[in-house]
Design a protein around this ligand. Structure first.
Ligand SMILES: Cc1cc2nc3c(=O)[nH]c(=O)nc-3n(C[C@H](O)[C@H](O)[C@H](O)COP(=O)(O)O)c2cc1C
Length: 219
């Protein structure tokens, strides 16, 4: 979904699932570990958008979907959102990619998140000032956003924009994600967001559609 430093506006009816399938190969390898480890973390309720979320005036909004995805789940939700809301897409890519070794990434992520480390990104988003609404997607890492997403939120200007957080997870729901987005982007209007089960993203299209229609962002 990446194209140099450009944002891509996907054509309707075309999706970029090849990339997602490649990334899901990593996801499948780690699925057993994920379900065992993070199922225990399900004490935190799965995140649901508030029914009181404000309705947006779709006619006048320009939408960007920005996301980071380690193993393809968040990318899939980003694809659905972009296709249904006719949004542009920006993939957040760390300059130094995370290793394929799941255990190594879990421990690296704990370390980075604990220190508030913000890794450098491969490219910055261009022309963000053009967008009124930015959907920001992350996998749940240690109950918050993955570090590349915190770099993205810290380095871009969101003043006056609406941010719609979304997350994929295996038990923690949104965790601290939305609070952390609000902390990093105090001048933006940050909606309550939505969490999706990583293992079920393949069947989440309807859920995404009804969420976008609650928000009035469905094309
Ligand atoms: C480093 C790391 C930390 C994770 N921490 C959590 C967590 O705290 N809670 C949770 O529910 N899932 C956790 N997971 C599982 C991922 O959030 C979940 O598999 C997600 O759907 C992956 O999205 P992606 O395929 O876009 O990377 C973690 C996964 C990784 C790799």
């Amino acid at each position: 979904m990446m194209n140099g430093d450009m944002c891509i506006k996907p054509e309707k009816g075309i999706n970029a699932m090849k990339y997602v399938e490649d990334m899901n190969a990593i996801s499948r390898r780690n699925a057993v570990k994920l379900f065992g480890l993070w199922g225990l973390a399900a004490l935190i309720a799965e995140g649901k958008a508030s029914v009181c979320e404000p309705q947006a005036d779709r006619q006048r909004k320009k939408i960007l979907v920005a996301y980071y995805s380690y193993s393809g789940n968040t990318a899939k939700i980003a694809d659905y959102i972009a296709e249904m809301s006719e949004a542009a897409v920006f993939e957040i890519v760390p300059l130094v990619p995370y290793a394929n070794d799941y255990d190594a990434v879990v421990s690296q992520a704990r370390n980075e998140i604990g220190k508030g480390y913000k890794p450098r990104l491969k490219m910055e988003v261009k022309g963000i000032e053009e967008y009124d609404v930015v959907f920001v997607g992350s996998p749940c890492w240690w109950a918050t956003m993955a570090p590349p997403v915190s770099t993205f939120l810290s380095e871009s200007r969101f003043s006056g924009k609406m941010i719609v957080p979304f997350m994929t997870h295996e038990g923690s729901g949104l965790g601290r994600y939305v609070d952390d987005v609000r902390r990093l982007c105090p001048d933006a209007r940050v909606l309550d967001g939505r969490a999706f089960r990583g293992r079920s993203v393949g069947a989440a299209k309807d859920e995404v559609e009804s969420w976008l229609s609650e928000l009035s962002f469905n094309g």
